[in-house]
Design a protein around this ligand. Structure first.
Ligand code: NZQ
Ligand code: ZN
Length: 391
């Protein structure tokens, strides 16, 4: 480990089949008015909404409804949520859903007390400021697994006007959810497409933090363990989506994949997310599938710059036999095995399937941020090359 760091994750996690029993007690720590954030209605169909309303009633809260948060939440919706929070002077924002609802709740939380005239998008997703105003507390009840938003300080917002989808990873501990209720059974009703998208999102969060650096680093061993667990659990969940053991392992992998633990003491890459977010900004496609569609062309392009680490990935995660082979050969076999796993579980493997056509590639490149923490910083031509190979 060569880096210096301070690790502080303040989110309290309540996990398991009985996790909801703790919600009333958590709510009691906050003031009387709760902004209840949810998406397009899945929680009303699977009964989670009723359970949350019951807990809110038992805790004696006044509830301000804020439903209709779309996947990939937009600037317009964010501004609407800020207005609701200001008008009702809410004491807690409770997000019930996946990453979109939790990210949105954090976005509202940091914006409510901005001085008059300050625009949330400009302040936080263009200028990347830290909140200088009071942040409204956020709580989460997770129903879709993948983003890790339940235990991190990231918030991704989409601006369709400027064609930018941008994630701000806040430094302030105030932006982490205060508590997160994680019941794996709540994920049983997820459509298979969403479940698989979430699984690849988790895998990619880990690889984004793993493919960087050359030092011997505890974080990389943790990452390998998480990846091995994810591969085993994903196969079981695809066979039987109601396999509690598998769904609980996937949920816990997701949380640890992106609660910043495995990034400590090392550089990180995040270029697959930048490419995927550009696809998302232009197509509004499901986040995890935007990543699966571009990941392999990207990794095959950068592999020669980090062949030793890619070879380690092949042996440590995919059990490739390295005997008598060059690092590049072992590395290539590892990526082939990852590809086979992605096809097996049902990942989207091309951006054409998500609505991208060849004439959009220049515009996609315009929307792609270049990261410098991985093994190779892409040139614009290489960005286009990756998108073309992903068609
Ligand atoms: O809106 P509803 O009706 O609730 O339906 C949702 C939505 O359509 C549905 N769903 C959720 N739980 C369900 C369910 N359907 C049936 N049963 C359930 N139990 O699933 C759909 C997708 O939900 P969404 O919240 O959009 O998915 P996800 O958790 O993947 O979040 C995606 C957003 O998070 C951002 C992404 O960019 C995207 O905007 N990310 C946030 C990160 C962070 N905070 O650190 C990091 C990630 O890399 C990611 O970028
Ligand atoms: Zn992601």
């Amino acid at each position: 480990m060569l880096g210096n760091f301070t690790y502080h994750n303040p989110t309290k996690v309540i996990f398991g089949k009985d996790a909801m029993d703790a919600l009333v007690g958590e709510l009691e720590a906050y003031g009387p008015t709760v902004q209840l954030v949810y998406g397009g209605g899945s929680i009303k169909r699977n009964g989670v909404y009723d359970q949350v309303r019951e807990a809110l009633a038992r805790a004696g809260k006044t509830v301000v409804e804020d439903g209709g948060v779309m996947p990939n939440p937009t600037v317009e919706k964010l501004n609407e949520g800020v207005a609701i929070a200001r008008e009702n002077k809410v004491d807690l924002i409770l997000a019930v859903g996946g990453g979109s609802c939790i990210d949105y709740a954090k976005g509202v939380a940091v914006s409510v007390n901005l001085p008059a005239g300050r625009d949330p998008w400009q302040t936080y997703w263009v200028d990347f400021e830290e909140p200088a105003c009071e942040v409204v507390p956020v709580g989460a009840v997770l129903t879709m697994v993948g983003t890790g938003s339940e235990m991190n300080c990231g918030s991704v917002i989409t601006n369709h006007e400027t064609k930018m989808k941008v994630g701000h990873v806040f430094a302030s501990p105030d932006v982490f959810p205060k508590f997160a209720v994680l019941n794996p059974e709540f994920t049983f009703t997820l459509p298979r497409y969403q479940m698989v998208a979430g699984i690849f999102d988790i895998m990619n969060h880990i690889t984004e933090q793993y493919f960087s650096g050359t030092d011997d680093n505890t974080s990389d061993y943790l990452a390998e363990g998480l990846m091995r667990s994810l591969v085993v659990a994903s196969r079981a969940a695809v066979r039987n989506p109601e396999d509690y053991e598998a769904r609980s392992n996937i949920m816990w992998c997701a949380t640890w994949a992106l609660n910043t633990l495995i990034a400590q003491g090392k550089a990180t890459d995040w270029e697959v997310h930048m490419l995927g977010q550009a696809v998302g900004a232009h197509t509004d496609a499901t986040h995890g599938m935007t990543l699966s569609a571009v990941a392999l062309p990207y990794y095959r392009l950068i592999m020669p710059y980090g062949a030793l680490k890619f070879a380690r990935f092949a042996t440590a995660v995919w059990d490739v036999d390295a005997a008598g082979k060059s690092a590049e050969q072992v590395a290539a076999e590892g990526l082939d095995r990852m590809e086979a796993w992605m096809r097996e579980i049902g990942c989207v493997m091309s951006i054409s399937e998500l609505g991208v056509t060849e004439d959009m590639l220049e515009a996609l490149a315009d929307s792609t941020l270049i990261m410098r923490g991985g093994y190779h910083a892409l040139t614009r031509d290489e960005v286009i090359e990756v998108f073309r190979a992903s068609l």
